[in-house]
Design a protein around this ligand. Structure first.
Ligand code: NVA
Length: 364
């Protein structure tokens, strides 16, 4: 069927990060809790001073004023998306405050439904519930079940990767994160397949993944085998002392335009140079060093969201990046987001593309 905009696409249809965005899931701040202490936090939190904060306050609601400020930012983000013609869907509020356990472990609570990007990997018309490496995020997919059921009813494919065990065998015993300059290592063993959906970034038939403290090689192999021969899953070499998620590190923004974090990508995969891609080096973030950040680094500035090949939502205050994006030919749309970033992540983290207007192609 065709309408004025061209052919109709399946209800779930996302092949890359830049085809025109039609529908997106955006997380909610309702019921968000400080992530409780979880073995993986030592490996993913850049600031060691935060360990005590999570040990002490993990499982409690964030202070009201932080939630109110984050809610305001998220409201502005949703407003921009809707004003630009994108349908915004939200997860179902869920009580994440109960303790949870399996025969192998227990944690004080779950976390939130703030970050759909970590939970659901959408590739083409397929939704994959990710086999996340966090005990505290074991049930987070429950907030998205209503949406997944609806998309399935409307024709999408929907699977859950093998539910991980997350016992002691899944984590390197006595793990200590490397100091800057020491060889990269992560906390995960290869006991079982693990990844967060945000460890993966799409570029048509080529999918890029970086190992992190929530993504192991077994998880990458699982993904390649399940996606099959239409896709090539490439592991990207990154350097990060506390690696978690690829989308503040390595981000194909549009055909021929790869944004990289200058501190974290020692070698851009050869296929990009061979195919004449421009390598765009993200400028130093401008967020003040004193701005409180509980889960991620100031490089969250890179965590933009593309509305199409040109329009890009970017954090207000990141003027150097905004100027660079203009120089690179994009149309930046600034949105206040520092207060949301305080409790979690950026625009890409807070959303997951459900439908973009485009087809599966190769860009290399
Ligand atoms: N782990 C990254 C954020 C990923 C969205 C960082 O802290 O910079």
């Amino acid at each position: 069927m065709e309408d004025l905009k061209g052919p109709a696409y399946p209800v779930v249809n996302a092949h890359n990060e830049w085809d025109p965005l039609e529908e997106v899931i955006v997380g909610i701040v309702d019921g968000a809790l400080v992530p409780p202490w979880d073995v993986i936090l030592e490996a993913t939190l850049h600031e060691e001073e935060l360990w005590d904060f999570h040990r002490k306050y993990g499982g409690s609601p964030w202070p009201d004023e932080l939630i109110a400020a984050a809610r305001k930012n998220l409201g502005e983000f949703v407003h921009i998306l809707e004003a630009e013609g994108v349908t915004v869907r939200r997860p179902t509020p869920y009580d994440f405050s109960k303790p949870l356990s399996t025969p192998d472990w227990e944690v004080k609570s779950s976390c939130y439904a703030l970050m759909p990007r970590d939970v659901l990997l959408v590739i083409g018309d397929l939704i994959i519930e990710a086999p996340m490496g966090w005990r505290s995020r074991y049930h987070e997919h429950l907030a998205y079940k209503d949406l997944c059921k609806e998309y399935f009813e409307k024709g999408a494919k929907w699977i859950s990767a093998p539910r991980p065990q997350l016992g002691d065998q899944s984590y390197n015993e006595g793990f200590v994160a490397p100091r800057e300059g020491e060889p990269m290592r992560t906390i995960l063993t290869e006991y079982e397949p693990l990844f967060d959906a945000a460890d993966v970034i799409k570029c048509g038939r080529d999918i890029f993944v970086a190992q992190s403290s929530c993504c192991n090689r077994f998880g990458i192999d699982w993904l390649q085998r399940h996606l099959g021969e239409n896709y090539a899953v490439h592991e990207v070499e990154v350097y990060d002392t506390h690696p978690m998620h690829i989308d503040a590190t390595f981000y194909p923004l549009a055909p021929g335009k790869l944004l990289i974090n200058p501190e974290r990508v020692p070698h851009v995969p050869e296929m990009f140079q061979r195919s004449g891609w421009d390598i765009l080096v993200c400028p130093e973030p401008l967020m003040p060093e004193t701005h409180p950040m509980y889960n991620c680094s100031r490089w969250i500035s890179m965590n933009v969201l593309m509305l199409d090949e040109d329009r890009v939502i970017v954090s207000k205050g990141e003027d150097t990046l905004i100027k660079a994006l203009k120089d690179w030919g994009f149309e930046p749309i600034p949105c206040s987001f520092y207060d949301f970033e305080t409790i979690g992540g950026g625009f890409h983290c807070a959303s997951v593309d459900v439908r973009r207007r485009g087809e599966l192609k190769s860009y290399f």
